[in-house]
Design a binder for this molecule. Structure first.
Ligand SMILES: NC(=O)c1ccc[n+]([C@@H]2O[C@H](COP(=O)([O-])OP(=O)(O)OC[C@H]3O[C@@H](n4cnc5c(N)ncnc54)[C@H](OP(=O)(O)O)[C@@H]3O)[C@@H](O)[C@H]2O)c1
Length: 296
């Protein structure tokens, strides 16, 4: 099976490429500037329709895993036009090509399509994003749904993993580096999410394609936690000093953020759990796996 990954240098895309390759898929790794180390590199800017057409022609994918996005929530708020161009219009271009090539498309969406007033969201709960990133990703969902391609929309939440992607550390690695250097960190107690290990998400996405799962699914970690609780659990798993973690509330962070954040965007993963063999992981299991990936 041939798969095309957009954003193959990113936190999720790079793990997906490595996992797919190890399972025998022929992997085409889309990039803009730096040629990815894993898979067959294929230049593609998702905002440039001609380059997307060329990438599809060259790779002839059975499935496209659309991971490319403008993911910096505050940058999306500052430049809302760019967020729409990449996250919504770029997704329209990719999904249209997927439909034309009869390729399955898996679009990675986000818990930020919800306003966070309720938490533990199921797939059919009403969406109501509170920031530009969420709005641009939600529009992405809508264009995928109406593209005519066989689609999976996989909503995830706070993705983390064992490796920096293009030199960028993720939330878990930043915490680990800080705690190992004995630097105090301040984490929110009143913002809840469903942190997701990239390895686990990559496995769920590949299985979804193998099963030809279509529709919308919440594919995230199985445990709802605040960032503070995540930090404490991570410190516990890695044997680090939990007293370095200080508690704060979203009010303390006001003024530092350009974009509003949903207070509780955690996702109910029962639907994915009931169908997939690769189950969403409970936080302690995911952190143990992270430790194994990092420490061997
Ligand atoms: N990270 C999270 O916590 C999280 C949570 C929920 C959902 N998601 C979704 O999951 C997906 C993967 O996230 P991630 O954390 O792996 O993202 P990431 O590490 O920021 O990677 C995004 C990738 O997209 C590429 N990209 C940006 N603009 C592009 C364009 N115009 N054409 C082609 N490629 C472009 C980037 O390339 P450059 O590096 O070269 O710019 C980068 O490789 C995204 O769709 C995101 O919205 C992420």
């Amino acid at each position: 099976m041939r798969i095309l990954i957009t954003g193959a240098n990113g936190l999720l895309g790079s793990k997906l490429a490595a996992t797919a390759l190890s399972r025998g898929f022929e992997v085409f790794s889309g990039y803009i500037l730096d040629s990815p180390m894993v898979g067959k590199p294929i230049p593609m800017d998702i905002t440039d329709e001609a380059s997307v057409r060329r990438a599809f022609k060259q790779s002839r994918p059975d499935a496209v895993f659309h991971c490319a996005a403008m993911t910096d929530v505050d940058k999306c708020e500052e430049d809302q036009e760019a967020a729409i161009k990449v996250n919504s219009e770029g997704t329209r271009t990719i999904s249209r090509q997927a439909a034309l090539s009869s390729s399955y498309i898996a679009y990675i969406s986000t818990d930020y399509v919800f306003d966070g007033a309720k938490g533990n969201y199921i797939e059919s709960d009403p969406t109501n994003p509170v920031n530009a990133y969420g709005r641009s990703k939600l529009l992405g969902e809508e264009v995928v749904r109406s593209s005519g391609a066989d689609f999976l929309i996989a909503r995830s939440s706070v993705i983390y993993g064992a490796q920096p992607a293009m030199g960028k550390v993720n939330f878990a690695l930043w915490l680990l580096e800080s705690l190992r250097a004995r630097k105090p960190v301040t984490l929110l107690t009143d913002q809840c999410v469903s942190p997701t290990l990239n390895t686990s998400l990559a496995g769920m996405l590949l299985e979804s394609f193998e099963k030809h799962l279509t529709g919308t699914y919440h594919m995230a970690g199985a445990t709802r936690v605040s960032r503070y609780e995540f930090g404490s659990a991570l410190a516990g798993t890695f044997g680090l000093d939990q007293s370095l973690i200080r508690a704060a509330t979203a009010l303390d962070f006001q003024g530092r953020w350009k974009a509003a954040r949903p207070p509780d965007s955690s996702l109910d993963v029962s639907k994915a759990t009931s169908i997939l063999q690769t189950k969403p992981l409970a936080l302690n299991d995911a952190l143990k796996e992270l430790r194994e990936e990092i420490d061997g």
